[in-house]
Design a protein around this ligand. Structure first.
Ligand code: CAA
Length: 391
């Protein structure tokens, strides 16, 4: 049975900071941000966008009535959940009006969570042909103002409908995961911002890719030259290239050029949004497919590297399905990125430092000047989050 991604979409808040503006304000050469790190713009969410609202906003455009009746499983991968007990998936289940006899769970391992959800969904569909699963990766990446990680923040969500006979990408069975308990990036429960050992995190990422690739190529018998593209978890647009370049060293010029060209296409959305943590790998896939000019064909093999600090990694492969290009939301994605509000430094810092109320009572929230999204957090009432739909 062929199982994989039947539909997919992403959401990013409609406010961003231009990174040249940020670099100049911080007294840093803008080329460090735009060339050295490879980021142009960074999504900055208002307090009315969180893991739930972004996940629901990403999902809404891809689900029809048949999907809502057939989804049995909703998995949200996130490392920036909004409750230590109640899952964001349960809120999203209600906001999207999915049939009641579904299970809704949140899974966590840093930026790896959505991949865990995808693999869980694939196994579920294998055991329950005809049913569907909704896999979401939704996060707000925060290191803090004036930190070295500041330029690699971002926010957004991806949503993928997983089914048999998928219309976009078939996910193959061989995949290799690896776990090693390290402290390259982490966020204790009492902190809003992540702690990171930047250089070590880069090294760990590359080591995980190289080590898993060796095992994956042995188990799958695939060689680099079998792939038309590799999609990476992209904390910033240069990161995946640091892992890809060493494995291209012994490849022909033709193979190397193809994989590097497609790598660049896969980084476009990240370059303009920033790190969206768990959804990042799948944002890379959407960037690649939306930007490709009809060179990728049905049955082409795509490699995927998922990396979650702390650390868990996984490499798997997928094949494009005949007619996949008809099921992409390219125009909608590009409009979302192009029609955003460009924040001034003062607005960025004010939005970044604004906190949600933590006291008893009823607290209506409004950021109508900035937040134009369909679903948004409208109030916190006796510590319960309530969401509204913009009509
Ligand atoms: N012009 C052009 N390039 C310049 C430049 C200039 N004026 N100044 C510096 N550069 C280049 C540097 O040479 C360097 O390039 P290389 O990486 O190719 O060597 C690049 O810009 C970055 O410079 P630094 O290493 O000096 O930057 P930094 O010390 O400020 O830290 C960072 C960069 C480590 C990415 C930091 O932003 C950070 O810690 N970010 C968060 C952690 C992260 O994203 N880690 C990635 C792996 S972990 C992961 O993937 C999970 C996750 O999502 C967090």
């Amino acid at each position: 049975m062929l199982i994989g991604i039947d539909k997919m979409n992403f959401f990013t808040p409609n406010t961003y900071i231009d990174l040249v503006t940020l670099a100049e304000h911080r007294g840093i050469d803008p080329n460090k941000f735009t060339v050295g790190i490879g980021q142009s713009k960074m999504a900055v969410p208002t307090i009315t966008q969180d893991t739930v609202s972004m996940g629901a906003n990403a999902s809404l455009p891809i689900l029809d009535a048949d999907d809502l009746n057939k989804i049995d499983l909703i998995v949200v991968g996130t490392e920036t959940g909004i409750d230590e007990s109640k899952s964001s998936a349960s809120f999203i289940h209600q906001l999207l009006n999915i049939q009641p006899f579904a299970k809704s769970v949140e899974v966590k391992h840093a930026c790896y969570g959505a991949t865990a959800g995808l693999m869980m969904a694939k196994d579920y569909i294998k055991a329950h042909p005809g049913r569907k699963a909704l896999v979401i990766g939704s996060d707000i990446s925060r290191y803090g103002l004036n930190t070295s990680g500041e330029v690699t923040q971002g926010a957004g969500a991806v949503a993928m409908l997983i089914s048999e006979n998928p219309r976009i990408l078939e996910i193959e069975d061989t995949s290799v995961s690896m776990t090693e308990s390290i402290f390259d990036f982490w966020r204790p429960n009492y902190r809003d911002t992540a702690i990171v050992d930047g250089k070590f995190s880069n090294e760990a990422y590359v080591k995980f890719f190289t080590t898993i690739w060796e095992e994956f190529s042995t188990r799958s018998s695939y060689k680099i030259a079998d792939f038309k593209a590799f999609c990476f978890h992209l904390p910033y647009s240069k990161m995946g290239k640091k892992a890809l370049l060493p494995v291209l060293e012994n490849e022909s010029q033709e193979v190397s050029d193809l994989l590097l060209t497609n790598y660049e296409l896969s980084t476009d959305y990240t370059r303009n949004i920033g790190n969206i943590y768990t959804g990042s790998l799948y944002l890379s896939l959407m960037s690649l497919l939306d930007s490709d000019d009809n060179t990728l064909k049905a049955n082409d093999l795509i490699g995927f590297f998922s990396y979650g600090s702390g650390a868990v990694g996984e490499i798997f492969s997928g094949r494009l399905v005949e007619g996949y290009e008809k099921h992409l939301l390219k125009d909608e994605h590009q409009a979302m990125i192009n029609n955003r509000y460009d924040l001034s430094i003062e607005e960025y810092e004010a939005i970044f430092t604004k906190e949600l109320p933590k006291t008893d009572g009823i607290h209506p929230l409004s950021e109508a000047k900035y937040d134009k999204s369909h679903f948004y957090l409208s109030s916190i009432s006796e510590h319960q989050r309530h969401y509204n739909e913009r009509q």
